[in-house]
Ligand binder design. Structure first.
Ligand SMILES: NC(=O)c1ccc[n+]([C@@H]2O[C@H](COP(=O)([O-])OP(=O)(O)OC[C@H]3O[C@@H](n4cnc5c(N)ncnc54)[C@H](OP(=O)(O)O)[C@@H]3O)[C@@H](O)[C@H]2O)c1
Length: 313
């Protein structure tokens, strides 16, 4: 497979910067969209990130979601486009902005593959997701519909649970660092989640881009060793710190009762935890080998949950 030109949109974000790194590491000519909003205000970290991309060999491409022509011109520079605009309500949510990008890709007519901002649960399988969290999947489905209606070649990358959000807090809702004393167990704690290191997600996503096997398909990142229940995750942490945590079980009713005092963004997050830890949406996920990233790319040594948790000790 030859090396292509890849445009990354949302490149300074949590997933975006990893996609830029992975694209460069895999030898692609890498372009990163630079929005004019960067010039306003004092988001000095964003500027520093963009400059660091340039130093590593990426090209910065000025373009704006508010300027269709600039988007078309940016897209025309490359073969493939990956978008990683925000989609975590508690932080920022701009998934539907991609409709403008899809319009530009359609008009440019040269893009061989588009990977939209997904990198979570497969939106197509979340029709029964709890409200208001379902909005996250509904918006991603709106984008998918636009991509498919425009006839744009695509790959949807479903990464299940991004590790820092889920493993960091041992799958406790609202926590991103592991406890050393007690832990809330959601329900019986036995339903399985699928936890994936964010750098591995980026590596796999870039791998799919020139792969004919992944054309117009959904690819799942579901590393076999990382399919674990909350209790199994907690056990791994206990082994690492050499201490058993006090377990407090939280019933579904009590968990849901806490929803009303939360703001909208937090309610969206709570819904996702409900779907995974109380309803077992991922426990029932069936994936064929031909659509699972670690099977498609056995040369990638993915990060196991033990390895990931070690950084918090
Ligand atoms: N399943 C999971 O566990 C999980 C967890 C986290 C994220 N995700 C998914 O991963 C994807 C990326 O999320 P992320 O957390 O990496 O995003 P993020 O860091 O919050 O934001 C990514 C980028 O989006 C762009 N952006 C943000 N607000 C914008 C606005 N108002 N207008 C235009 N652009 C804006 C910015 O890009 P530039 O400034 O560089 O242009 C920003 O750096 C989303 O689809 C999300 O749903 C899944």
């Amino acid at each position: 497979m030859g090396k292509s030109k890849i445009l990354i949109v949302g490149g300074t974000g949590y997933m975006g910067k990893r996609l830029v790194k992975a694209s460069l590491a895999q030898g692609h000519e890498t372009y990163v969209m630079q929005r004019p909003e960067t010039e306003i205000g004092v988001d000095i970290d964003k500027v520093e990130t963009l400059i660091s991309f340039k130093k590593q060999g990426a090209h910065l491409v000025p373009a704006s979601f508010e300027d269709h022509k600039s988007l078309v011109e940016a897209v025309k520079l490359v073969d493939n486009v990956i978008c990683a605009v925000s989609g975590v309500h508690i932080r920022s949510h701009s998934i539907l902005l991609q409709l403008k990008l899809v319009e530009a890709i359609k008009e440019a007519g040269n893009v061989k593959r588009y990977i939209p901002s997904e990198f979570g649960m497969d939106a197509a399988k979340m029709k029964n997701a709890m409200e208001p969290g379902k909005v996250a999947f509904d918006d991603k489905m709106v984008v998918r519909k636009a991509i498919e209606e425009a006839g744009i070649p695509f790959t949807y990358v479903s990464a299940n649970c991004i590790a820092a959000y889920w493993l960091g807090g041992l799958c406790q809702f609202g926590k991103i660092l592991p406890p050393r004393d007690h832990v809330i167990i959601h329900g019986d704690g036995n339903l399985k989640g699928i936890y994936v290191n964010e750098d591995d997600i980026a590596t796999y996503a870039i791998k799919t881009i020139e792969d004919p096997r992944t054309l117009n398909k959904t690819i799942y990142i579901s590393p076999p060793k990382n399919i674990l229940s909350q209790r199994e995750v907690v056990q791994k942490w206990e082994k690492l710190i050499g201490k058993e945590l006090h377990k407090i079980t939280l019933s579904k009713d009590d968990f849901l009762a806490s929803k009303n005092v939360l703001d909208y963004g937090q309610q969206v997050g709570l819904s996702h935890y409900h779907d995974i830890l109380y309803e077992g949406f991922l426990t029932s996920l069936k994936i064929g080998d031909e659509e699972e990233a670690s099977k498609l790319y056995p040369e990638v040594k993915y990060t196991t949950v033990d390895e990931y948790l070690k950084q918090y000790v």
